[in-house]
Design a protein around this ligand. Structure first.
Ligand SMILES: *Cc1c(COP(=O)(O)O)cnc(C)c1O
Length: 411
């Protein structure tokens, strides 16, 4: 195995022979784009006319006063088209696919957010689009499946294995191997075989580039800490990358603590002690696996953080001590979400709320001379079913039951 695409001990490209040439071509095209300032310009232009870039950096005045410590700023990735930072990655890959002359894109999705973003991009660029999704997830995520289909994508329910994300990934790879000539696999996060971690991280780095400029304008100096939730790690890498050389900026990644580390029902890879080094899904990282390399079941109230692996770039930064990792439990997440809605009128996605939890724990120990930034990876509107259920809202329950009855009556 060559060392290309490794970050310290992590990463690489463990791929079948038939995909070698495709990866070679993808990597070549990516490097051409990366070295061409006109490509980045085209990307920024697209994101400022089709999405909402630059996204604002909001001073959370009421929360800052409430905690009486650091000045809290929120980077508003929720204001992107389709409601999360995922747009940055898929639109960037869309430009790349168009340059490579391919006509079809495929993707795998768990909660449906990446599938929705990919279907949106495919509609905009005129690509055919197939989304692989575990049958179980198709059932649980009907609203996202509905929009994907309305945007012209074919959603394929995967009936193998546990019928969730990892089975969908296998199925997507199978499709790609068969259709490499005209098809691009739109990977959703900074994981997978090289060059995906580097490429997705590059597109997402637009978050940190903007945030650095904005915080200097509003606060006059660099922040002391930045908080981001970590599923695969793309929104975290997106805001961290620009600040890695800034020694005074502490970078904090927050993983899903689920029901608590002691219960085993969580998705903490770098902040807990349950993960170990392994190679799966084409790359080497810290995985939640048993002694035989079988992937463990993970749990989080936030579907986007519920993943067994983590970015090889983050595993490297963790090992080098450049990024500190913490976790937030489902219960803490609901409390932080509640407070943020009441104090600021802002609804973070359940994923993003993990970063808010840790920022709220640390803000009181700092002073108003210190700015901290929370990366709000997405908006919570998509989570209304989960959030209303978790708050056990009686009128919501009543609404769902009545809608169900109306439908069955009119059938
Ligand atoms: C998908 C998603 C995540 C998790 O993905 P990362 O690659 O870790 O950023 C986080 N927040 C939101 C809102 C998401 O949709």
């Amino acid at each position: 195995m060559e060392r290309k695409g490794f970050f310290g001990n992590w990463g690489g490209a463990y791929i079948p022979e038939v995909l070698h040439q495709t990866f070679e071509e993808l990597n070549d095209e990516f490097l051409r784009c990366k070295n061409d300032p006109a490509f980045w310009q085209e990307y920024v232009e697209l994101m400022s006319t089709y999405s909402c870039r630059p996204t604002p950096l909001t001073y959370a005045e009421n929360l800052s006063r409430h905690f009486g410590g650091a000045r809290i700023y929120i980077k508003r990735e929720d204001l992107n088209h389709t409601g999360a930072h995922k747009a940055n990655n898929v639109m960037g890959q869309g430009l790349l696919v168009r340059r490579m002359g391919k006509k079809r894109v495929i993707a795998e999705t768990g909660a449906g957010q990446h599938g929705l973003a990919t279907a949106t991009m495919a509609a905009k660029f005129g690509f055919a689009c197939t989304i692989y999704m575990g049958e179980e997830d198709v059932r649980r995520q009907r609203p996202n499946v509905f929009w994907m289909e309305k945007m012209g994508a074919t959603v394929v329910p995967v009936t193998n294995g546990s019928r969730t994300l990892k089975d969908a990934i296998n199925e997507a790879f199978r499709d790609w191997v068969t259709n490499v000539d005209d098809t691009h696999y739109v990977f959703g996060t900074v994981c997978g075989p090289h060059p995906f971690p580097e490429m997705v991280g590059w597109f997402q780095s637009i978050i940190g580039l903007e945030a650095a400029e904005q915080i200097l304008k509003y606060h006059g100096r660099m922040p002391v800490r930045i908080f981001a939730c970590v599923g695969g790690g793309s929104n975290a890498m997106g805001i961290f990358k620009r600040f890695i050389p800034e020694a005074g900026v502490e970078l904090v990644g927050v993983e899903a603590g689920g029901h608590g580390l002691a219960t085993g029902l969580h998705a903490t890879r770098l902040s807990g002690s349950d993960a170990s080094p392994g190679v799966a899904q084409g790359y080497k990282t810290m995985f939640l696996q048993d002694g035989d390399g079988q992937m463990k079941e993970t749990h989080s109230v936030a579907a986007g953080l519920d993943y067994v692996g983590v970015s090889p770039i983050l595993s490297d930064l963790w090992e080098k001590g450049r990024v500190r990792f913490e976790s937030a439990t489902d219960g803490e997440v609901m409390a932080a979400l509640d407070l943020t809605m009441k104090k600021e009128g802002i609804i973070p996605a359940l994923e993003s709320a993990h970063a808010f939890v840790q920022a709220f724990k640390e803000a009181p120990q700092l002073t108003p001379a210190d700015a901290i930034i929370i990366n709000m990876s997405g908006r919570g509107d998509k989570d209304i079913f989960t959030i209303a259920h978790a708050f056990d809202d009686p009128s919501w329950k009543d609404f769902i039951i009545k809608r169900g009855l109306e439908y069955s009556r009119n059938k």
